[in-house]
Design a protein around this ligand. Structure first.
Ligand SMILES: Cc1cc2nc3c(=O)[nH]c(=O)nc-3n(C[C@H](O)[C@H](O)[C@H](O)COP(=O)(O)OP(=O)(O)OC[C@H]3O[C@@H](n4cnc5c(N)ncnc54)[C@H](O)[C@@H]3O)c2cc1C
Length: 391
């Protein structure tokens, strides 16, 4: 049986970031295999993502991971160059603008205090400042907003994924297109993974980076991972109206919109009680007519003329406990590392999580950013660590 020191299941953003950080570490001299069921990446969250980075979270760990994420993207040309060719991730530092009405102002202020404490560059604005800076925004029902002044923006997710993968491969990682269908475990360790063609591959450490496929992988090791797929639809829209200097705007209703080429991408964060588990890729077109259009037409000058050019559906891997990822080992399985349940913010956190996983493999603990509060202990103790700023 073939054997690798580290096997990663899932070769999209998180799996490839882990592969890159491990292979880039001079202390790591092992063999690393990434198993990815679809090299076309047609259904993974990474390529269907809106691919934006914000520092405006409520939890310090999330803010710190995103700050690292944007620094990593800014340095990607150097870090991820292969044979002198630097990747272009298409990063646009456009910022996020979270809008708040009366009811949301207190949370916005509390989050802002935390963001400043942790080192994010975010400006709290009153309605007058909003009007001055964004004349095309309707602000009558608003009390204020928070604007990310630096570091926040959006990029091309496929370019990030491929840059990580190419770099990891150039450093010696093996990528194989194969579907994992089972695990063999004994002595509280995963001994091998089983592929769909019946092949078995032995592993020293196994990393679960399988996105919405992660609960199945966990189950094969006898572990219940509280993560579920939830559908999110994205609409690419155009309008004759202009929104010069527009950041990614998050409306108090949960509707978001950001520039994309000559148009915009928009979607909505669904309320938890109206967000059933779903694994299909059917676009809910009625969402645009019934939810997005009314909000956007009322919020932005000239947006009553919005037209949908195309739309797609992808899936968040939602962490049911608290909308925060679960990272690290489970006490019952000593060589199985989890990095799952990103709940819609995993692309920006992929670099920080990839680095964290490399540290766990090499040192058995976190060395740079302490993510221990995001481990399994809180799940097993049923002690949620809530992220209040979910989009
Ligand atoms: C519509 C939408 C918008 C989003 N917007 C943002 C955003 O603006 N900012 C942000 O930070 N995040 C965003 N996200 C979330 C982000 O895309 C994800 O959190 C992140 O990409 C997760 O990466 P991943 O590698 O863990 O999972 P995925 O990208 O889902 O990759 C998992 C991989 O595992 C593979 N796999 C699964 N099971 C198996 C198996 N048994 N055998 C072999 N391979 C397997 C899959 O093929 C897949 O390629 C968005 C997501 C969606 C759907």
């Amino acid at each position: 049986m073939e054997h690798f020191d580290v096997v990663i299941v899932g070769g999209a953003a998180v799996g490839s970031a882990a592969a890159y950080f491990l292979m880039a570490e001079p202390e790591f001299d092992g063999k690393l295999l990434v198993l990815e069921q679809d090299f076309g990446y047609r259904h993974c969250a990474t390529t269907l993502s809106v691919a934006s980075i914000r520092h405006q979270f409520s939890l310090p760990e999330n803010i710190r991971m995103s700050i690292f994420g944007s620094a990593f993207v800014a340095q990607a040309g150097e870090r991820l160059a292969v044979d002198g060719v630097a990747p272009d991730l298409g990063f646009r530092e456009g910022g996020y603008l979270f809008l708040a009405d009366d009811a949301g102002m207190e949370t916005l202020r509390a989050n802002h205090r935390m963001q400043l404490e942790v080192g994010a560059n975010v400006l709290l604005m009153d309605v007058h400042q909003l009007r001055q800076r964004f004349a095309w925004l309707h602000t009558d029902d608003l009390s204020g907003g928070a604007l990310g002044v630096s570091g926040e923006g959006w990029l091309d997710p496929y370019s990030l994924l491929m840059a990580l993968r190419r770099k990891a491969t150039s450093l010696g990682a093996t990528y194989r297109q194969a579907r994992v269908i089972g695990l063999r475990c004994s002595d509280r360790r995963v001994q091998s993974v089983e592929l769909v063609d019946g092949t078995r591959i032995g592993c020293g450490t196994l990393i679960n980076a399988a996105g919405t496929g992660a609960p199945a992988l966990a189950r094969w090791a006898g572990i219940e991972l509280p993560v579920q797929a939830r559908k999110r639809c994205v609409f690419h829209v155009t309008s004759p109206a202009l929104t010069p200097g527009s950041p990614l705007i998050v409306d108090p209703s949960g509707v978001y919109i950001r520039p994309e080429g000559t148009g915009w991408l928009c979607g909505v964060a669904l309320p938890e009680d109206d967000d059933p588990p779903s694994e299909d890729f059917e676009v809910q077109h009625e969402l645009f007519e019934q939810v997005l259009w009314p909000v956007l037409a009322a919020r932005i000058e000239g947006f009553d003329a919005l037209r949908v050019k195309r739309a797609w559906a992808g899936h968040y891997d939602v962490s049911l406990l608290d909308h925060n990822m679960i990272v690290g080992v489970h006490p019952d399985m000593h060589n199985l590392l989890f990095a799952n349940g990103f709940s819609g913010h995993g692309l920006q956190h992929a670099p920080a999580v990839g680095r964290a996983l490399a540290e766990l493999v090499l040192c058995g603990g976190f060395r740079t950013l302490d993510l221990s509060r995001l481990g399994w202990a809180r799940v097993l103790d049923n002690a949620p660590l809530r992220e209040t700023n979910v989009v």
